[in-house]
Design a protein around this ligand. Structure first.
Ligand SMILES: *[C@@H]1O[C@H](CO)[C@@H](O)[C@H](O)[C@H]1NC(C)=O
Ligand SMILES: *[C@@H]1O[C@H](CO)[C@@H](O)[C@H](O)[C@H]1NC(C)=O
Ligand SMILES: *[C@@H]1O[C@H](CO)[C@@H](O)[C@H](O)[C@H]1NC(C)=O
Ligand SMILES: *[C@@H]1O[C@H](CO)[C@@H](O)[C@H](O)[C@H]1NC(C)=O
Ligand SMILES: *[C@@H]1O[C@H](CO)[C@@H](O)[C@H](O)[C@H]1NC(C)=O
Length: 814
């Protein structure tokens, strides 16, 4: 019994032990499984996501995951092309526009300097680099002068408020009309209804009726409107238009041609053919010889911006217009640099709808489209295993892509003061490229965080050229990051610096549904918003994106495929891609005026200060300038100033004899690193075109000293100066002969005459300085008083400059 019981017990215990074993094994198994699951999810996707978005595939907006755009226009987004019935046989001859008798400047009448529409008009002109002048539209007051020496000052007139134009008093209106007809100048006007506007009214003096406060839908273009150029007609923007304060134009006069048409949401207004209302019309000038484009709203709606750009082009006979060519280059920065979990995997490189297939698709629409990859070799293979395979997949397809170097370790170049050390870093990346067969001959590079490109760190330029033979770079920082419409290019030390645009994608924007502000923001930017306008207004756009935009949701691919699609739906623009060196060549052909840089003070912009070498200070920039002109006593002034113990002047330069001529000489091209003085005197600054602009850009707070004497004395003094320097023209001719010489006199005599007389037209030169400096910053010194009572004058100058401690000039100059 006992034996049996003991045996039974042993059996049970054995089984229990076995179970315990099993249990432990099962437990271990589960632990491992869950760890594996966890590892899988942690490394692969931070969160489980909705499906990535599908790029626009036709002209109706995002499909599938998109869901953000106005596709409410019924099933399938039917876009029956609209052809208006021909205006029954009327033959209209429109006068050709020839504005060659005018300056290519736009005159904009705004409501106030703060008015929103006025600012939007100006923003488009600024982005387009068109010259313009704004005037507050006077209620009844006077026109600004419209002509100068029989030339028109303006090629186009824009009224922010159309009513200010039609309600001009008869005298001024007559003046403006005569100007417009004589110089073939057109008018653009906006009518934005407010709560006081009538529902229906005739536009004063025109056979044109306005109906306001309407809600509209289904916007379409009239293919017969002559102004269409960039805009591609035959598209319909389905769905309601934003707002219910639209104004439409109605007329039965053949001078008016609708440009944009819409249907009323409810039929509360008289309408044109097929129930359509014109919200933008073109006046062909058949009535009074003046061509106009009138908008029944402001520029908020994207299509109005597009039409506005075409209207400017049309009314100026394409003088203020780009061609239809647009170049885009998409940089993919931070290759190998991205954080784990955000990098590209094999499927992101060569999968369906991935980088390479997207590039192939884009090439059909954008000839030679190629993604331009910027790499930092140090971080190669620092992702998860899958991402490391993605790195290798990129390298496998290296010949299908373009490549450019970042810094080896993604360090900011301005932190290196020593060129040798900087070049050493670059060489590491070069060796990496050679080892992995990455092409190294593109001549293009980008600096991490724009560091060293602008403000210029000359060490970076030197190292780039010596290691990589860099000829082209791009930055968002010149002259400043914001607003983007001011970004420009320049050439420094043989390296062409192009402006760079952003497309709203940053390292952290990796999910469509988590786009900052909602995915509608991204779609809006593409569908006529900021991104679309960037392409519309810039002949060359280099976009910055990052590696992380091409993993996960591949937002980069979505963005550019959709953008290209949208541009091709609505415009006649011809997109293409060029390698950076050819792109830069093209850029400076289009904008030759941007070749010379305009240096600014790095300490006046926080971002610039952050990427400005700590070993360089802004204190070394001049605090004041003595600008001349020549022969008025500037040398004496210079030596009196130098007596002051608190003033150190520019070092005498052996080249220009005591004058550095920073702003007018070759030193300027070297950059601002070589300025190291408190004040500068250059007697020829006074009458040069370029110097006030350059000086004001770098030294906006500087004080300016101009020393003037009787201009006749100055002219004679210059003549004597030239005789002393044995100038043949001065030796062979009397002063009287020189200053009275007529236009047929010998050239050297005329040149001498110019140098005698031109600097003496003090008003013209001071006016130019006053365009850049406040009157309170400019001190005009009486040169004859300086001679007779130097202490008195110097005391005044000392007070003007606010220099402490004060120096007793009375004591020093007796
Ligand atoms: C155009 O409209 C005006 C006013 O509505 C009318 O007096 C005129 O007869 C019309 N002209 C034509 C050609 O229809
Ligand atoms: C595309 O590139 C090839 C060679 O790089 C060139 O021959 C061709 O002209 C380019 N096509 C266009 C449309 O620019
Ligand atoms: C730059 O660094 C190298 C190596 O550290 C050193 O030999 C050289 O003297 C440095 N050059 C300057 C200008 O400081
Ligand atoms: C001016 O004078 C120099 C000598 O003083 C003479 O060689 C030269 O031919 C003269 N030139 C003219 C244009 O008279
Ligand atoms: C400067 O020096 C003169 C002569 O030495 C003296 O009369 C005058 O008081 C001094 N001025 C000041 C402000 O010290």
């Amino acid at each position: 019994m006992v034996g049996a019981a003991a045996a039974a017990w042993r059996l049970v215990r054995g089984m229990r032990q076995l179970e315990l074993h099993r249990l432990i094994l099962v437990l271990i198994f589960f632990c491992l499984l869950s760890m594996a699951c966890l590892a899988y999810y942690v490394s692969n996707s931070p969160k489980i996501k909705e499906a990535p978005p599908v790029p626009f595939s036709d002209c109706s907006g995002p499909v599938g995951g998109g869901g953000g755009a106005s596709t409410e226009g019924g099933p399938g987004g039917q876009r029956a092309p609209l052809f208006l019935p021909p205006r029954n046989g009327r033959l209209r001859t429109v006068k050709a526009i020839d504005t060659s008798g005018t300056e290519a400047v736009v005159l904009v009448f705004v409501e106030s300097i703060y008015s929103q529409l006025g600012q939007e008009i100006v923003a488009i002109l600024e982005s387009s680099r068109f010259r313009y002048r704004t005037e507050i539209a006077p209620g009844k007051g006077d026109m600004p002068a419209l002509t100068l020496h029989n030339r028109g000052r303006y090629a186009l007139v824009i009224y922010e408020n159309l009513l200010k134009y039609v309600n001009l008093d008869a005298w001024n209106r007559d003046l403006l009309d005569k100007y417009c007809t004589a110089y073939s100048v057109g008018v653009i006007g906006f009518f934005k209804a407010n709560e006081n506007s009538l529902h229906s009214a005739q536009l004063k003096g025109f056979p044109l009726f306005l109906h306001s406060h309407l809600a509209l839908r289904d916007y379409r273009l009239n293919p017969a409107a002559p102004l269409l150029y960039v805009t591609r007609p035959n598209q319909v923007e389905q769905g309601p238009l934003p707002g219910d304060d639209w104004t439409v134009f109605q007329s039965n006069h053949s001078t008016y041609e609708p440009v944009l048409l819409a249907s009323a949401k409810s039929s509360n207004a008289p309408s044109g053919p097929r129930g359509l209302h014109s919200t933008v019309i073109q006046d062909l000038g058949l009535l009074d010889g003046i061509q106009r484009v009138l908008f029944g709203n402001n520029l908020n709606y994207w299509l109005h911006k597009l039409i506005f750009v075409d209207a400017i082009a049309y009314l100026t006979g394409r003088r203020l217009s780009l061609t239809l060519e647009r170049h885009i280059l998409v940089d993919v920065d931070d290759i190998f640099v991205g954080k784990e979990g955000t990098r590209m995997k094999v499927s992101d490189v060569e999968g369906v709808e991935a980088l390479l297939s997207s590039q192939k698709k884009l090439r059909v629409l954008v000839p030679n489209f190629t993604f331009n990859l910027g790499f930092s070799g140090k971080f190669y293979h620092t992702g998860t295993d899958e991402e490391d395979e993605g790195d290798d997949m990129l390298l496998k397809h290296r010949q299908d892509l373009w490549w450019f170097p970042h810094m080896w370790s993604h360090m900011q170049p301005h932190l290196f003061h020593n060129v040798t050390v900087l070049a050493e870093q670059m060489r590491l990346n070069m060796v990496f490229a050679q080892e992995h067969g990455i092409p190294t001959d593109m001549g293009y590079a980008v600096a991490p965080h724009h560091s060293g490109v602008y403000p210029v760190h000359s060490q970076l330029y030197e190292a780039w050229k010596s290691v990589w033979a860099i000829q082209v770079t791009s930055t968002e920082e010149y002259p400043h990051l914001r607003p983007a419409r001011y970004r420009r290019g320049f050439i420094h030390s043989g390296v062409q610096v192009l402006p760079r645009q952003t497309c709203g994608l940053f390292t952290h924007t990796i999910f469509y549904h988590e786009y900052p502000g909602g995915n509608k923001e991204l779609d809006k930017s593409i569908r006529g918003g900021e991104l679309f306008l960037t392409v519309l207004l810039n002949p060359i756009s280099i976009f910055m994106t990052h590696l992380s935009n091409y993993g996960n949701d591949r937002l980069g691919l979505y963005t550019f495929e959709s953008l290209v699609r949208f541009v091709q739906c609505w415009t006649n623009l011809r997109l293409q891609t060029l390698p950076p060196i050819q792109l830069a060549e093209k850029y400076f052909q289009i904008f030759p005026q941007e070749r010379d840089p305009l240096w600014q003070n790095p300490c006046h912009d926080k971002r610039h200060k952050d990427i400005w070498s700590k070993e360089k200070t802004c204190d070394r920039l001049p605090k004041f300038l003595v600008i001349g002109p020549q022969k008025t006593g500037t040398s004496a002034l210079h030596s009196f100033l130098s007596l002051h113990p608190a003033i150190t002047s520019s070092f005498p330069s052996p080249v220009t004899f005591e004058e550095i001529q920073f702003f007018s000489g070759p030193n300027y091209d070297q950059g601002i690193d070589c300025t190291d003085f408190m004040f500068e005197k250059s007697a020829n600054y006074f009458d040069t075109e370029l110097v006030p602009k350059r000086a004001a850009a770098l030294l906006p707070r500087a004080k300016i000293l101009a020393l003037l004497i009787n201009p006749a004395d100055r002219a004679y003094s210059w003549y004597q100066h030239q005789r002393a320097h044995r100038d043949p023209a001065a030796l062979n001719n009397t002063f009287h002969t020189v200053v009275t010489a007529g236009p047929r006199a010998p050239r050297d005599v005329l040149a001498l005459q110019r140098r005698c007389l031109r600097p003496g037209t003090y008003v013209a030169h001071l006016e130019r300085w006053l365009q850049h400096y406040q009157p309170s910053q400019i001190h005009v010194v009486d040169g004859s008083l300086l001679r007779s009572n130097p202490a008195l004058v110097m005391e005044a100058i000392q007070r003007f400059l606010g220099i402490t401690p004060t120096f007793n000039y009375t004591q020093a100059l007796v």
